[in-house]
Design a protein around this ligand. Structure first.
Ligand code: CA
Length: 240
């Protein structure tokens, strides 16, 4: 699953260079030249990371970072600030505004990618290539394969056949196992769209995912938390 990065930078030459480097590294890139434009993009699709220039026309990058932190929907989207400033006090101000990291211009594309990767590894485990193994379900992001131990002999591995959406949903739920996600959160993080996709869509795909897992006796791992949403959990309902 490739991560979406929103690049907010008013200097077009830098915006283009950054977008080019990120696309080369496999990221999906959305560009904005002002905080206002960025807000519009975010309202449509929630990015996995925001690369934010400090000096923007109109609303400053620091102000924008603060507003992202205040909003429940964008609160946990990581922000990396881009800036020409080198002053230590500015760095502190940038981090205090809620940024996760800070890169001073000029920077090399390699450094930028390395910093993005490090931040995403913490915030977005489903965007890494780490193999997940939860409750006897194994998901390999490189091979795009999901396997479970055959319930009949307890030894052999059986591959689950999942549609791309069910796969992404399972990947997200497993990467954040034991945590409850609302339908709106799942739409944002799995479908990337909370506006035009209906909540009911989530229920339909959860049902299909359970059906696929049922073959291996693992349907119970995908749990409904009444009034809250869904989670992938190895604990039984009775233990909650
Ligand atoms: Ca600027």
């Amino acid at each position: 699953m490739s991560a979406t990065v929103l690049v907010v930078e008013d200097e077009l030459a830098i915006q283009e260079l950054v977008a080019y480097s990120l696309r080369n590294a496999g990221y999906i890139v959305v560009c904005a030249s002002s905080a206002e434009q960025a807000a519009k993009h975010i309202n449509e699709v929630l990015p996995d990371l925001v690369l934010l220039d400090w000096m923007l026309p109109g609303r400053s990058g620091v102000e924008f970072a603060r507003s992202l932190r205040r909003d429940l929907r964008t609160k946990s989207v990581p922000v990396i600030m881009l800036t020409a400033r080198v002053d230590e006090s500015d760095k502190v101000a940038g981090l205090e505004s809620g940024a996760d990291d800070y890169i001073t211009k000029p920077f090399s594309p390699r450094e930028l990618i390395a910093r993005i990767k490090a931040v995403l590894r913490r915030s977005l485990p489903e965007a890494t290539d780490d193999i997940l193994d939860v409750g006897g379900v194994k998901l390999n992001p490189i091979m795009h394969r999901v396997t479970v131990t055959d319930p009949d002999d307890g030894i052999h591995e059986k591959e689950l056949l999942l549609s791309p959406t069910e796969y992404r949903l399972l990947h997200f739920l497993m990467a954040h196992a034991e945590r409850v996600h609302t339908r709106a959160q799942l739409l944002d993080r799995v479908w990337g769209d909370h506006v035009f996709v209906e909540d009911r869509t989530v229920d339909v795909h959860i049902r299909r995912l359970r059906k696929a897992l049922e073959v291996a006796g693992k349907a119970d791992l995908v749990q409904t938390v009444r009034g809250a949403g869904y989670r992938f959990s190895i604990r039984n309902e009775s233990e909650i």
